[in-house]
Design a protein around this ligand. Structure first.
Ligand code: HEM
Length: 467
C-alpha cells in the first residue's frame, strides 16, 4: 500500500516512518546507515523523518533533488541554523553557524589557504608527520588504527594552522584538542536535551570544562601572536591579518571559533576517511598490491606533487569516501516556504541530502555496494552524485586539503607497512558525534615496517622553519 504524505502546518511532507520519534532517534544515533537504507527501501528516494529536538526533515538522494538544494544561494536554505547543535564546541561565530552574507564573508576569509595550489606547500609536513606516526605503530601486536590516524591528522592540522614544529606547544595543543573531542564524541550530546551543565557531574559539564581549557590555550596563542607581531606561512597568521570590508581585523572571539572549527572539522573527518580506506584496501589484497606498485613506481622518495598525481591512489581515496561517507547527510533549514523535490515545505522545515544513499545509487555506481578502487580512474563524476564534502555555497572548505592529505598518508602506508586486518568480515559502525567510524577503531596487525625516506626535491612546509 502506498504511504501517504504527512501533513504538517498545512503543508505536505513526503511519507516516513510512523514509529515513535524516540525509537527513530535511537536508531539514527546507533545505526544511521541501516536506518536510511530501510527507509529508502520502504518509501523510495524521498522521505521524511523526525529526530528528537529537531524539526521534521525531508531526506533526498536523487541527483535532481540534490541539485535543487545545492543550487540555492544560501538565502532561502540555511545550513547555519541546522549546524547549531555544534555551537557548544565551535562557538556562535564559526563559519558553520553563519548564514547569508555573513557566511559568504567568512568563507571569503577562510578559503584562500585551502586553495588547491597551496597544497604542495603542506605536502612535505603531511609526509613527515605520517612517517612519525608509522614509526610509532606497534609491530606484531593488534591495535586500532583509527587512533593513530587521528593523531597524524591532528598533528598535520595543528602544524598547518599554527606553524608549530613538533615540541611542547604541539603536544599541549594535541592533548587538549583530543580531550575535547573524546568527551564530545558521545553522540547523545548532539541533542539539545542532553546539553545541560552540572559541572563535572554531567557529560556536557565535563565537555564544557575541557572546551574552556582548550580555549585558554587558543586565546593565549592569539594574544601572543598579536603582541609579538610574529607571522609565518600558517593559517593563524593569515587570519590575524585578515580585514573585513570596513578594514576591521577579526575579533578574538571570532578568531577562536574559526580556529576550533578548522581544528575539529579538519582532522577527525580525514582520520575517519583514512580508517575506512584502510578497511577496504586491507580486505582487497590484489587492489592493495596494485596501489603499492603505483606508488613504488615513483621511486624511493617521491615528492608530494608526484604522489598527488597518482590516479589509482586518488580513486581509492574517493571510493572510500563514496562507500562509507564520513558524514551521513548535510542539512538546510528553510527560511521561507519553498517547493523542493515536488513537496511544498513550510518555513522552518529541514531538507537533507543523504550522502550515503546518493553514493549507493546503482544508476551512478554499478555494483554500488562493492569496493571498486578503479571506479573513479579517468572519470568525472557529477557533484550531485558524489558529495562526501556536501555542496553548493556550503561545500567543505577543506576538500582539496583532505583529498591531498588522504593521498599522502595512504601513499606512506602502502609503501612502508605490511598491515593486515585482525579479523576479516563485516565491520560494525559507531557514531562519534557527527562522524561514522568502525566501532572497534579497525583492529589491524603490523607485520613489517620499512624504513622512512624523506622526499628529495625542495618543497615548502607550512611550519615556519622550512617555508
Ligand atoms: C575527508 C575529510 C572531510 C570530509 C568528509 C568533510 C566533509 C564536510 C561536509 C559534509 C561539510 C558540510 C558541507 C555542506 O553543508 O554542504 C563540511 C563543511 C566544512 N568543512 Fe569539511 N570535510 C573534511 C575535511 C575538512 C578539512 C580538512 C577542513 C579544514 C581544514 C574542513 C573544514 C570544513 C569547514 C570550515 C566547513 C564549513 C563550510 C561552510 O559551512 O561553508 N573539512 N565538510
Amino acid at each position: 500500500m502506498a504511504a501517504k504524505a504527512t501533513l504538517c502546518s498545512g503543508m505536505a511532507f513526503p511519507p516516513g516512518p510512523t514509529q515513535p520519534t524516540a525509537w527513530i532517534t535511537y536508531r539514527w544515533v546507533r545505526e544511521p546507515y541501516t536506518l536510511l537504507e530501510e527507509l529508502e527501501e520502504r518509501f523510495g528516494d524521498t522521505f521524511s523523518m523526525k529526530i528528537a529536538g529537531f524539526p521534521r526533515m525531508m531526506i533526498v538522494s536523487n541527483p535532481d533533488h540534490v541539485r535543487e538544494i545545492f543550487s540555492d544561494d544560501g538565502e532561502t536554505l540555511e545550513a547555519g541554523r541546522v549546524n547549531r547543535t555544534l555551537a557548544p564546541l565551535l562557538g556562535d561565530r564559526s563559519v558553520l553557524m553563519a548564514d547569508g552574507r555573513d557566511h559568504l564573508r567568512k568563507r571569503k576569509i577562510l578559503l584562500p589557504p585551502f586553495h588547491g595550489e597551496r597544497m604542495q606547500a603542506y605536502g612535505r609536513a603531511m609526509l613527515e608527520l605520517t612517517d612519525d606516526g608509522i614509526d610509532a605503530f606497534p609491530v606484531g601486536a593488534p591495535f586500532a588504527i583509527h587512533g593513530p590516524m587521528q593523531d597524524i591528522t591532528l598533528r598535520i592540522i595543528v602544524r598547518t594552522i599554527f606553524g608549530f614544529e613538533e615540541g611542547p606547544q604541539t603536544e599541549k595543543m594535541v592533548a587538549r584538542t583530543k580531550r575535547v573531542l573524546e568527551l564530545g564524541a558521545w553522540a547523545p550530546l548532539l541533542f539539545p536535551l542532553m546539553q545541560f551543565d552540572l559541572g563535572r557531574f554531567s557529560p556536557f559539564g565535563r565537555f564544557r570544562i575541557a572546551v574552556a581549557e582548550a580555549d585558554e590555550m587558543l586565546y593565549g596563542e592569539i594574544a601572543r601572536r598579536r603582541r609579538d607581531g610574529a607571522r609565518g606561512p600558517d593559517i593563524l597568521s593569515m587570519l590575524l591579518d585578515a580585514k573585513d570590508d570596513a578594514g576591521r581585523p577579526m575579533p578574538d572571539a571570532e578568531l577562536r571559533d574559526e580556529l576550533v572549527t578548522l581544528l575539529v572539522a579538519g582532522h577527525e573527518t580525514t582520520a575517519t576517511a583514512l580508517t575506512w580506506a584502510m578497511r577496504w584496501m586491507l580486505d582487497a589484497p590484489a587492489a592493495f598490491e596494485e596501489l603499492r606498485a603505483e606508488v613504488a613506481a615513483l621511486g624511493d622518495a617521491p615528492t608530494p606533487e608526484a604522489i598527488a598525481k597518482c590516479a589509482l591512489l586518488d580513486s581509492v581515496a574517493r571510493e572510500a569516501l563514496r562507500l562509507v561517507p564520513v558524514i551521513p547527510l548535510v542539512g538546510r533549514m528553510l527560511r521561507a516556504p519553498k517547493k523542493l523535490a515536488g513537496y511544498e515545505l513550510p518555513a522552518g522545515a529541514v531538507v537533507a541530502c543523504s550522502i550515503y544513499l546518493a553514493h549507493r545509487r546503482e544508476a551512478a555506481y554499478p555494483h554500488a555496494d562493492s569496493f571498486d578502487p578503479r571506479r573513479f580512474v579517468g572519470k568525472k563524476v557529477s557533484a550531485y552524485e558524489f558529495l562526501p564534502f556536501g555542496g553548493g555555497v556550503r561545500r567543505c572548505i577543506g576538500m582539496a586539503f583532505a583529498l591531498y592529505e588522504m593521498k599522502m598518508v595512504l601513499a606512506r602506508l602502502v609503501a612502508r607497512t605490511d598491515l593486515r586486518l585482525e579479523r576479516r568480515g563485516p565491520v560494525a559502525m559507531v557514531r562519534r558525534s557527527i562522524t561514522i567510524t568502525p566501532a572497534d577503531g579497525l583492529r589491524v596487525v603490523l607485520d613489517v615496517r620499512r624504513p622512512r625516506r624523506a622526499p628529495e626535491s625542495a618543497g615548502a612546509s607550512p611550519g615556519g622553519a622550512v617555508a
